[in-house]
Write a protein that binds this ligand. Structure first.
Ligand code: ADP
Ligand code: MG
Length: 203
């Protein structure tokens, strides 16, 4: 993966998180403590500040460094979870990815790391309800993997609305968590769209 492409992905991811931070906070206000936008903004601003250094590294090392930054900069649950995901994806990326299979293999490790750290799985109204379907979508041959990934992200996000939260702060609400989108699922969907749009030359 060319350094310019990595830089484009990095810049777009940061732009989308910052542009949608208020929405993430609103969603977290409904079923959490209202800091998800602030947390994500802090973490991705820290990545932006190191973008030059991060994007000068091979992709695997760059993802690991970005993940470490998220772990260090984000206080909430999402920092260690996204951090673990990026670090595990980076570790799996021993060579620059040049196929859908490579990306799926790396994402599979990332998803596994979130499950392990969060002691969670899909269906519990979390970021995994986006990341697990996205992985499933690209983990099989498709004509248009980027579109498949975006659609899986959107459907996964929408599905969190009717779910009962059983992990994280939203689980404290019990039945009252139903009827709201999960903030972490929304931030995951933003990340998936940003990466796919850049890979497709749309952003
Ligand atoms: P906090 O919950 O500490 O305030 P954030 O608000 O930044 O942290 O992040 C909340 C999001 O983290 C949730 O919307 C959910 O998607 C995700 N999350 C929380 N706990 C878990 C878990 N155990 N496994 C997977 N994702 C989780
Ligand atoms: Mg929160």
């Amino acid at each position: 993966m060319a350094p310019e492409l990595m830089r484009a992905i990095c810049d777009e991811v940061v732009t989308r998180i910052l542009a949608n931070a208020d929405e993430l906070t609103d969603l977290d206000q409904a079923i959490g403590d209202g800091d998800h936008g602030i947390n994500m903004k802090r973490g991705f601003e820290a990545i932006a500040a190191q973008a030059e250094e991060i994007c000068g590294l091979p992709p695997g090392a760059a993802l690991q460094k970005a993940g470490m930054t998220l772990v260090m900069k984000i206080g909430g649950a999402s920092g260690p979870l996204y951090g673990s995901m990026f670090i595990a994806m980076g570790k799996a990326m021993t060579a620059p990815p040049d196929s859908q299979e490579d990306l799926a293999a790396s994402l599979a490790e990332g998803v596994e790391a979130v499950k392990k750290r969060g002691k969670s799985q899909a269906g519990e109204k979390t970021m995994l309800d986006v990341m697990v379907p996205v992985l499933a979508a690209i983990d099989q041959p498709t004509d248009d993997p980027l579109n498949a990934a975006r659609q899986a992200a959107d459907r996964g996000l929408e599905a969190t609305k009717d779910m009962l939260a059983t992990k994280g702060r939203a689980s404290f609400l019990g039945e009252r968590s139903i009827g709201h989108l999960d903030p972490g699922a929304r931030s995951s969907a933003l990340l998936v769209h940003a990466v796919c749009d850049v890979l497709e030359g749309r952003a």
